[in-house]
Design a protein around this ligand. Structure first.
Ligand SMILES: NC(=O)c1ccc[n+]([C@@H]2O[C@H](COP(=O)([O-])OP(=O)(O)OC[C@H]3O[C@@H](n4cnc5c(N)ncnc54)[C@H](O)[C@@H]3O)[C@@H](O)[C@H]2O)c1
Ligand SMILES: [Zn+2]
Ligand SMILES: [Zn+2]
Length: 369
């Protein structure tokens, strides 16, 4: 079939919205009609050419929500009409990692996905007979996409898809960092560095875990306002003195749990140093630049602080994304303030401009508009 999609032709150039071909889903694959898709830093990072593993031509986009149109042979967990959120982090439910509660890093299709292919090593996207690669196994800046069954989370049909799409990446990452990686205990003190979608999700996750006190750190005042809306009790502007400030605010000890959601290695270090001696846990969510390293003075570790990393918040997507969406429907997670702009597919590059200008938290492409 012919579809309209935003194609990355050349790094550092705007995406080009154009008509391309999408083949039928093969065995284990599903055709999804996209209804909404968030525009994320990872899309911009790849488009800019900064990601050394990037490739082109490819259809970007990974924060999709839509409706199943057709299923390939052997697909048993989904049927046409089901509402789904796309998962760049799949869950096969069979590999050693899927069977272990300690990680969400499914091993099933990593290699092919990283190279832009579906699990059988080919693409369903093409143009004039030439293959166009899939991005993050999702390619959701498009009217339709074909994806593996194991990379789709079936969600409640009553959830508005233009809100559900933010659970495809940043929001679930933050919530999951608190719930899965840190396993925040009720009554704890938490500090979240960064109030983008990931940090705001972490604030929400700490609140859902029953944290007693949540401090959010971000230089942008309008983002701290959003953090208060998600449940932060105290907000501070950050900077070189922030560790001292946090120690002062916590009786000299630091916090039980800290979360880094900025991608800055200096802030990761602050997250380690403002975790409490004895048991403080610093959870790193941000993606640092190529070649950057995290400096930690070992004394902080010997005196009982721990550091953990979190990919997609440790979320096993097919199981847990539907649960998060249910909590949103139940009123436990406030998604409205996180969606700042609604764009058409043709305006996808404007979504990148808005992100550059730090205008709003998420721009969402609506395929009905
Ligand atoms: N681990 C994962 O699976 C995963 C998933 C999605 C995103 N990420 C990464 O998480 C990070 C955050 O993503 P986002 O979408 O929320 O980004 P974002 O850019 O919207 O938010 C980052 C925030 O950090 C703030 N900040 C900048 N300097 C700061 C400082 N010194 N102290 C405190 N805050 C500071 C910025 O003002 C901004 O609000 C990025 O590095 C992103 O690549 C990771
Ligand atoms: Zn993303
Ligand atoms: Zn798996």
């Amino acid at each position: 079939m012919k579809i309209r999609a935003a194609v990355l032709e050349e790094f550092g150039r705007p995406l080009e919205v154009q008509e391309i071909d999408l083949a039928e889903p093969k065995a284990g694959e599903v055709l999804v009609r996209l209804v909404a898709c968030g525009v994320c830093h990872t899309d911009l990072y790849t488009a800019s050419g900064a990601d050394p593993s990037g490739y082109s031509p490819t259809v970007l986009g990974h924060e999709g929500a839509g409706v199943v149109e057709k299923i390939g042979e052997g697909v048993a967990s989904l049927a046409p009409g089901d509402h789904v959120v796309t998962l760049f982090s799949p869950q096969c439910r069979e590999c050693a990692h899927c069977l272990d509660s300690r990680t969400n890093l499914c091993l099933a299709i990593r290699e092919q996905q990283n190279q832009g292919y579906l699990p059988d090593g080919t693409t369903r996207l093409s143009r004039d007979g030439e293959p166009v690669r899939h991005f993050m196994g999702t390619s959701t800046f498009a009217e339709y996409t074909v994806m593996p069954e194991i990379a789709l989370a079936k969600i409640a049909p009553e959830a508005p898809l233009d809100h559900a799409c933010v659970f495809a990446c940043g929001l679930s990452t933050g919530i999951g960092a608190a719930l899965n990686t840190a396993k925040v205990e009720p009554g704890s003190t938490c500090v979240v560095f960064g109030a983008g979608l990931v940090g705001l999700g972490a604030v929400a996750g700490c609140r859902l875990s029953g944290a007693w006190r949540i401090i959010c750190v971000d230089p942008a005042e309008q983002r701290l306002e959003l953090a208060r809306g998600q449940g932060a009790h105290d907000t501070i502007g950050g900077g070189p003195d922030v560790v001292e400030q946090i120690l002062e605010m916590t009786g000299g000890f630091g916090a039980d749990y800290t979360f880094e959601a900025t991608g800055r290695v200096d802030v990761m270090r602050q997250a380690v140093e403002s975790a409490r001696m004895g048991w403080g846990l610093a959870t790193v969510c941000g993606v640092a630049g190529k070649g950057e390293t995290l400096e930690v003075v070992p004394r902080f570790l010997i005196t009982g602080r721990r550091v953990a990393g979190s990919s997609f918040g440790g979320v096993k997507g097919r199981d847990q994304v539907p649960q998060f969406v249910d909590r949103y429907l139940a009123g436990d997670i406030d998604v409205d303030p996180l969606i700042s702009h609604t764009l058409s597919l043709d305006e996808v590059n404007r979504g990148f401009d808005l992100m550059h200008a730090q205008d709003g938290i998420r721009s969402v492409i609506s395929f009905d508009s």
